[in-house]
Design a protein around this ligand. Structure first.
Ligand SMILES: Cc1cc2nc3c(=O)[nH]c(=O)nc-3n(C[C@H](O)[C@H](O)[C@H](O)COP(=O)(O)OP(=O)(O)OC[C@H]3O[C@@H](n4cnc5c(N)ncnc54)[C@H](O)[C@@H]3O)c2cc1C
Length: 448
């Protein structure tokens, strides 16, 4: 960070652990997102150590954004004014073994939470491809893993506590607030500063992960439903060339009756004989264990291991949610652009997600399949390609991931969300003056 970059505590009387806690964000010229493709519009970054500090900070500032673990590829988290980080607030607050819920501070990451939960005999239903992201940021953007019976990560949220624009604390729960609560969970950072999140948990479980190589598009076309139903979590990887998925990742829960029986062949694909990276040329060192080795849920559900740089490192990402009935047609539609896509692509991943009732979830009341693109870090080229992909996917009501790169015009984006007018009203209730809005939100949500 340059000289203008600073971390401040709200009270001079408090000791300053924050500076060391944030050292991993220091060193760069400017404050950027994880990928480095977004240089945030301010370097002003404050760290809160208590609910009281959060409330005072919110009351004092006319505009601010909460920064999570900075893993969004677009400007949804950006601020021209000031950032508030809750990173020092990263405790497991309480576990209710009877209600099967855990309450956490909003600054905690899945990587921090998962081993703590497991030690107490519990687990989450799913994780994203990496454990490094904050629970609050992930749920706010409808981040997901895979598995046709698994809702996105926000579907585990059963209660929320947040500080509204006035500095007041609001507590909401699924049990008490019903459908209104469903409007707040995927909140895009527009409703307030989430301070605590309660998540549904289940008894801990072990998993085995298997990778198969070379599944043909023709087989996928004829057996898509059977392939998706074959394991707890299924991911298909392709570079769009040669009409085949180079890798199929299957994550199987061992305690369930349907534990995957790893035969040498899977729909014509061949069982891998060593650990693989989704991008076959890269070392599998940073990937979670495969080859059927038994391990805890949190070391098999993500593709990438905690403590290592996830994914490819220098990259961009885009992802589109397509209602499940259109999955095969949509995949084949994108394949028509293969020769335009492949030169700029590192890898594509196809995943399945269950339907939910969260107003701004792309899977609102419809199961989806996602078509994800990990791009080489060349935004001029990618920005030329995205409109072509979005045009190809338009007949299938595809909508982009809230935290990744897209070029869809705001009116088209909003049209995919039937509950958008109610969400806007909700945001205005908690934040009448737009304290938590930024250019991304003003353009994509509030310009209606
Ligand atoms: C390598 C990599 C792999 C990824 N894999 C997946 C994947 O498998 N599946 C998937 O769906 N996505 C994936 N993503 C995207 C990522 O999960 C989302 O972008 C997610 O939002 C990241 O959380 P964050 O805390 O880093 O968010 P940030 O970028 O820090 O913030 C995102 C939004 O959340 C808001 N926010 C954060 N904390 C709070 C809070 N306490 N209160 C209110 N608002 C808050 C911010 O203001 C902002 O609007 C990946 C990203 C990367 C870089």
């Amino acid at each position: 960070m340059n000289k203008r970059t600073f971390l401040k505590l709200f009270s001079a009387t408090i000791a300053t652990p924050a500076v060391s806690r944030f050292s991993f964000w220091a060193g760069a010229e400017k404050l950027t997102n994880w990928s480095g493709n977004v240089a945030y519009s301010t370097d002003s970054l404050y760290a809160a150590h208590s609910q009281q500090q959060i409330q005072e900070f919110v009351k004092k500032h006319a505009k601010l954004k909460v920064l999570g673990s900075r893993h969004c590829f677009n400007t949804i988290a950006d601020s021209k004014d000031t950032f508030l980080s809750l990173k020092p607030l990263d405790e497991l607050v309480s576990l209710d073994p009877l209600a099967h819920t855990v309450t956490v501070d909003a600054g905690i990451s899945y990587g921090q939470l998962a081993p703590l939960l497991t030690d107490k005999g519990f687990a989450l239903h799913n994780l994203a491809s990496l454990p490094h992201i904050s629970v609050a940021g992930a749920c706010s953007t409808a981040t997901h893993g895979s598995g046709e019976e698994n809702g996105n990560l926000a579907t585990a949220v059963s209660a929320l506590e947040f500080v509204t624009a006035s500095g007041d604390v609001v507590k909401l729960s699924r049990q008490q607030d019903g459908d209104f609560f469903n409007g707040t969970v995927v909140g895009l950072g527009a409703l307030g500063v989430i301070t605590k999140i309660t998540l549904n948990v289940q008894p801990t479980y072990n998993m085995r992960q298997y990778v198969y190589e070379n599944l043909s598009f023709n087989t996928m076309k004829d057996h898509f439903d059977a392939i998706e139903a074959s394991a707890y979590s299924v991911s298909l990887f392709t570079d769009w060339q040669n009409r085949r998925f180079s890798e199929v990742w299957l994550k199987s829960r061992v305690e369930k009756d349907q534990a995957f029986d790893a035969k040498p062949e899977f729909f014509g694909a061949t069982l891998a004989t060593k650990n693989l990276h989704p991008i076959a040329e890269l070392s599998a060192e940073n990937c979670t264990e495969q080859m059927g080795v038994l391990g805890p849920w949190y070391e098999r559900l993500p593709h990438f291991r905690m403590g290592f740089t996830p994914s490819a490192g220098k990259e961009l990402q885009s992802e589109y949610f397509v209602p499940r009935p259109h999955a095969v047609e949509a995949i084949l539609a994108v394949e028509r652009l293969r020769d335009q896509i492949t030169p700029h692509l590192l890898i594509t991943e196809i995943r399945a997600i269950a339907a939910d009732d969260l107003w701004l979830s792309p899977c609102y009341q419809q199961p989806c399949v996602t078509i994800h693109f990990t791009w080489k870090p060349d935004w001029p080229a990618v920005s030329q390609l995205l409109p072509a992909i979005e045009k190809e996917l338009a007949p299938f009501q595809a909508r982009p991931h809230w935290g990744k790169l897209f070029t869809m015009p705001p009116e088209k984006l909003r049209a995919h969300y039937t509950r958008m007018p109610e969400f806007i009203a909700l945001a205005k209730k908690f934040d009448p003056q737009g304290k938590f809005r930024n250019d991304f939100l003003n353009t994509n949500i509030f310009s209606a």
